[in-house]
Design a protein around this ligand. Structure first.
Ligand code: ZN
Length: 887
């Protein structure tokens, strides 16, 4: 155990490093079990650090072989170099050179941090603290060095040798008798922290292309994959080129090296990693063909390729001073990739998808025991802070900033940030300071978004006085308590507002009279809430209106409004803001289902009829924008509904009510649904583009309703669609819907699917997941038996996430009343923890909302957590999550 695992790391304790390392020259001789790393560090005292301080280099499980300081060998037997650190008590107070040789076993590295093997290839993962598993270093993001890396390997084992930066030399290794060995030397001229270091070696296939930057640089692009999979990387290459162009036009950022390489590996803890000039990817975010990848997979590839590429400026050229500033690169880069995808596809549909993700992943985190601020002030294990809060809420904060100060001040602020902090390790204050400067605004209150955890609740009421022709708007905000943070202050938030008349007519904000709105608010149609409460009286409002609150989801809050059912129907039919049309449908459905949960009476026929007629109108206009319609028709998920319930959740009741409604829709609207299904079934050549994907999405939502309305006919349609599909989206949708139809021939279809794709691990993942998300009570036992299936492995993160992660997101089966769902996930967490703590901790996050359940389930979830917590051999990763979950 590392000593620092016991002591939490605090933001207030930050101080600059006492030493800096100007250059790091590495010589890495790859070997499956005995790789040798020689690291030559040129070190000098940091003028900003303490004089005469000891030099303490970080290590993690290292085996030191030899150390010299300015050519003098140091005696290892004195114990100055342990597995976890290398200490020089009185280093020279001038520049000096430390050369350290370590030996490591990449094959034994199952944590997938540091240097490890994926299949027969070698690869590295250094963020956040993996470099110290390769060699000793000042492994912190504010120590930037120029890296030169020599990699050597047997040609038979690794014909491809890749590093950061530009290739400067390669050739045969002379001395090797009878053995065909070779080497490559890579030099990265851009100083960087160790977390951005990477090497890759292996017998990999590749595709190549080139890109001419706006600055006239010709960049060689390469994507490296398992041999034979080269054609599957074509879409990723296309996405890469589009990303490079977009960053030039949208942010004025051009690429800065002659080479940009991506390597896809099958064993990877997360999505991908932005190592300078050498991104390493989970292969699920690179490999795609129409037969094997769904439209969602294509969209994911586009987003992740863009995200990692955009890190070149937001993360690499400007990095983070310390890990508390993680959202400086992650929130900003998510914002950038969201904007990219919005430009490449449909903006409204992208916004809906992003808000769905925020609500599904960030809101539960923010509302449970793992809540933390977007810039945390303390952590025990940094790996556990790559969270939806840092990424997604971090992106929302930047979106709000853009709305508050306007696009122009935002754009000049970004440019100022790039100019002023290029080559440095920056802080959130420095970033926000740029926008304070270009907007001339005081952003002190805005900083609270980084400091305060919890999802703010905004209450908005409206009242129309027909005789005075006034509309009174009352807005209030309150942020709930979160762990360690009971006091909350009001935030500054942009509330985009529209007024929609009873006939659907838009009433622009700058057309009404009010002393309570500023000119800027009136012009932008966006209210700035800075206080706990605010009243706005609008005069000369000709008739009753429905306020369209929070257009485009302009702030990451939970909105409780006084909108009536009729208001929401009006907004669904007429709002010019696509997001709020979708939102109106979501809330109508949620209220209908939730009200049904609390009363034992039969569903309110009149309300149901109104809802069905609204859905019928949506179906009539379905083909105007199929992708958008698919989102509107998509009911809030069971997890969404559980969050709306908020406490004492009974997931079975939610499931039943939601299924009833789906059945009602499928039966009542059967004719228009069938028509739409037929219209959308006309054969067209497959293309993964957004509009084709939108038509498939709509057709598959419709198929789901048809099956809900008439299961036996639905099963027939699913079987037919499965057989005739020429793409994975349609095939997978048919399979997924079939597994929801009790008594259908789902097992036969599942078996056929497996037989078709058993050689493709990424498709096998879909097959595992489709079992795991079934609401059928046999799911738990099926998941248990799939854990013994040859295709499953506890040491591959993608397999674990697909089978166990999916099961843990299954509302009724993870949350079984008998507690067996919790027990299964707890068992897997412990088993995986011994192999890969980071993955175990991620799976354990499934318990983040356990306190929201009704008391029986709550007790069983707590028992499972306590059972984990009782182990004294837990990793720091799992210990941290389990302790916070129970606190
Ligand atoms: Zn990132």
């Amino acid at each position: 155990m590392r000593a620092d695992q016991d002591q939490p790391i605090r933001l207030v304790d930050y101080r600059p490093s006492d030493y800096v390392i100007d250059t790091i020259d590495l010589d890495i001789i790859l070997h499956p079990t005995a790789t040798r790393v020689t690291s030559r560090l040129s070190i000098r005292p940091n003028p900003k650090g303490r004089a005469n301080a000891p030099l303490v280099l970080d290590g993690d499980g290292l085996v030191p072989v030899a150390v010299t300081l300015d050519d003098a060998a140091l005696d290892l037997s004195t114990g100055f170099a342990t597995a976890d650190r290398l200490t020089i008590e009185t280093p020279p107070q001038r520049p000096f050179v430390l050369i350290v040789e370590t030996r490591l076993d990449p094959t034994a590295n199952t944590k997938l941090m540091g240097l490890y093997r994926s299949g027969s290839a070698y690869c590295t993962q250094c963020e956040a603290e993996g470099f110290r598993r390769i060699t000793y270093a000042l492994d912190r993001p504010d120590v930037l060095s120029v890296f030169t890396t020599r990699i050597e390997a047997a040609r038979a084992e690794a014909s491809v040798l890749l590093g950061n930066g530009n290739l400067v030399r390669q050739g045969a290794v002379e001395a090797a008798e009878g053995e065909d060995r070779h080497f490559a030397v890579w030099h990265d001229p851009h100083p960087k922290p160790p977390y951005l270091f990477a090497v890759v070696g292996g017998n990999l296939g590749s595709i190549h292309d080139s890109f001419s930057t706006s600055e006239g640089r010709v960049v060689s692009l390469g994507i490296y994959v398992e041999p034979g999979k080269e054609p599957l990387a074509a879409y990723a290459m296309d996405a890469l080129k589009r990303s490079m162009r977009w960053d030039e036009t949208a942010f004025g950022r051009a690429y800065d090296l002659d080479v940009f390489n991506i390597v896809a590996v099958s064993d990877f803890n997360m999505g991908a990693m932005e190592n300078k000039g050498l991104n390493v990817f989970n292969d699920k975010y690179i490999l795609a063909s129409p037969e094997t990848a769904t439209d969602a997979d294509y969209a994911g590839i586009e987003t992740v390729v863009a995200h990692e590429y955009f890190h070149n400026w937001t993360g690499n050229r400007i990095t983070c001073r310390d890990w508390f500033q993680l959202c400086l690169k992650e929130g900003l880069t998510v914002f950038r990739d969201q904007e990219f995808s919005a430009d490449q596809r449909s903006r409204a549909v992208k916004r809906i998808a992003d808000v769905r993700t925020l609500r599904a992943r960030q809101f539960p985190e923010d509302g449970g025991p793992l809540a933390h601020s977007v810039r945390p002030v303390v952590y025990r294990e940094i790996n556990n802070f790559y969270t939806a809060t840092i990424y997604e809420k971090g992106a929302e904060i930047i979106r709000m900033l853009q709305l508050l100060i306007g696009s122009d001040a935002f754009a000049t602020g970004m440019t100022l940030y790039f100019d002023q902090y290029d080559g440095t390790a920056a802080t959130i204050e420095q970033f926000i300071g740029c926008f304070a400067e270009t907007s001339g605004r005081d952003l002190t209150q805005f900083m609270r978004w980084y400091e305060q955890a919890g999802t703010p609740v905004v209450t908005a009421t409206h009242g129309y006085d027909a005789s005075a022709k006034t509309l009174t708007l009352d807005i209030a905000q309150r942020t709930p308590e979160t762990p360690g943070q009971s006091e909350k202050s009001p935030l500054v938030m942009p509330l985009a507002l529209g007024l929609v008349g009873a006939e659907g007519d838009a009433i622009p904000l700058d057309a009404v009279r009010s002393d309570d709105l500023t000119e800027a608010e009136r012009a932008a149609g966006t209210i700035e809430l800075t206080t706990a409460e605010r009243r706005i009286v609008l005069h000369d409002v000709p008739g009753p209106v429905s306020p369209s609150w929070l257009r485009g989801f302009s702030a990451p809050v939970r909105l409780i409004s006084s909108l009536t059912e009729q208001d929401r129907l009006t907004l669904l039919a007429h709002d010019s803001d696509g997001f709020n049309r979708w939102e109106a449908a979501q809330t109508l459905v949620s209220h209908y289902i939730l009200d049904g949960l609390t009363s034992d009476e039969a569903p309110d026929e009149e309300r149901l009829a109104a809802l069905l007629s609204a859905f019928s109108a949506v179906l009539n206009g379905a083909l105007v924008d199929p992708a958008f319609t698919a989102q509107v028709l998509n009911l809030p998920s069971e997890a969404d509904l559980a969050r709306d319930v908020g406490r004492d959740v009974d997931p079975d009741a939610i499931h039943r009510r939601r299924e009833e409604l789906r059945g009602d829709i499928g039966q009542t609207l059967r004719t228009p649904l069938l028509d739409l299904y037929d219209t959308l079934s006309k054969p067209v050549a497959y293309s993964p583009d957004a509009s084709s994907a939108g038509r498939r999405a709509l057709r598959n939502v419709v198929l789901g309703y048809l099956a809900a309305g008439d299961p036996m006919d639905g099963a027939r349609l699913c079987a037919a669609q499965f057989d005739t599909a020429d793409n994975m989206t349609d095939r997978m949708a048919a399979l997924g819907i079939m597994t929801l139809i009790p008594g259908s021939k789902q097992d036969g279809l599942l078996a056929r699917f497996y037989a078709m794709f058993e050689r493709d691990a990424l498709v096998v993942d879909k097959w595992l997941a489709v079992h795991a998300v079934s609401p059928d009570p046999t799911t738990l036992d099926r998941v248990r038996s799939l854990m013994r299936h040859p295709a499953f492995s506890l040491s591959n993160p993608n397999r674990v996430y697909s089978l166990i992660g999916s099961f843990a997101s299954n509302p009724t089966q993870f949350n079984r009343a008998d507690g067996r769902g919790y027990d299964l996930v707890a068992e897997v967490v412990l088993a995986v923890d011994a192999i890969n703590p980071q993955v175990a901790a991620r799976v354990l996050n499934a318990f983040r909302s356990w306190r929201m359940m009704e008391s029986g389930r709550r007790d069983r979830a707590e028992a499972a957590l306590r059972w984990i917590a009782a182990r004294n051999t837990l990793s720091a990763d799992v210990r941290d999550i389990v302790d916070r979950s129970l606190a």
